[in-house]
Design a protein around this ligand. Sequence first.
Ligand SMILES: [Zn+2]
Length: 455
Amino acid sequence: MRPALIGLGLVAAGVLAAVFAEPLAPRVELTGVTDTIGRGTPMRVVATDRGSGLADVEVRLVPEDGSPALVLARQEFPRRGLLGSGVHETTLAPTLGANVPVPEGKATLEVRASDHSLLSALRRWPRLTKEVMVDVTPPKLEVLGTGHDVRVGGSELLIARVGGDAVSSGVQVGDLFFPASSGVFKEPELRTMLFALPADTPDARPVVVATDAAGNRREEPLKITVQPRKFADKTLPITDAFLQRKVPDLLSANGLPADGSLVDGYLRINRDLRASTEARIRELCGNPPEGPLWSGDDGGFLRMPGAALSGFADRRRYTRDGKVIDNQMHLGYDIASLKQAQVPAAAAGRVRFAGPLGIYGNAVILDHGLGVFTLYGHLSEISVTENADVKRGDFLGKTGDTGLAGGDHLHFSTMVQGIHVDPVPWWDRGWVGEHIFARLANHPRPAPPTSEPAS
Ligand SMILES: [Zn+2]
């Protein structure tokens, strides 16, 4: 009897010891931190405890200069019963806070965590430490020059001096970010920023932004005159002949379902394919830009001769038997010439894309540097290949009616990093001279690379 009782007692004591003095200390994991942290660093700590549950978790920053440690985040979980808190996992998002003074320089991040076990008093040391550099100063950012102005749907160039610690800089317009190009000028801190004021967000105002590796972000609202603008309203009746000629082919060429009526199919093209084509264009034109690949001596961009069928940002109302079936904005310029007319490059550049491109049919996109691109759509023939260098006036192909085009014409678009802008100013020698090349001429440029081997 007795030994059995003793045995039972020992087992009970063992269970209690396991519960209260469980040897499984809390575990912590820190992510989102590289070598430098700032106010915007997205730090994350996950603490777990398999036994009695977490008691407290604390993230602190201990500056090396001896100033007091800062608590960046803390969570407490009181004992809720015999077994502890019952909280086995928690996540903290420590930050340096927007307005808390933080000494810059070397520091140690410490993550402390305790559980409700009896042993926890013996485990007060940090569960994790990480040496970091603290940087809470956003990069320097200075917009140079004045007199910036833009019309809704247009584009504008500015030059800014950006601190060397910036890893990203550019212009934010509503949801769109237009990254800066570096390396255009001799002075390494000078950046060019070409941006658009899109026709469909006339109220967005540009903000110049620079961000460093620690996530510190400086924002400067840009002093700029924005000229409002009204765009033309056009009505386009959709005929049976057009639907029969275009819809089945375009659906199959673009992998879209062919079910429903021709009008259903047409709407799938005019809405979904239009949207996916624009997304593709933004992707194709999305890399950070280099300096201009064309020269100011050429004047404005070249416009293919021919009649303008449709202007930039026309608001199109599509009708069928007098009823409106769709509304879209026409993001480009339609120019009609002779059938299968030769299409000239608007300016020197590099072929970024050549091939089928959704609603634009066979298309070519040229990269002119600085973030400006031109698009040539509905071509019947393409005579250039991707990555080829072209000069102003070189023939890219012939006009046609591929894609969503009713008849032979050129759809011409000018784009800033994939966002369509009004091409008219770009065709104007005066505007390009004043807004682009006069500004580029204000600062020394590096010598052009020479093809001669150095002797
Ligand atoms: Zn068009």
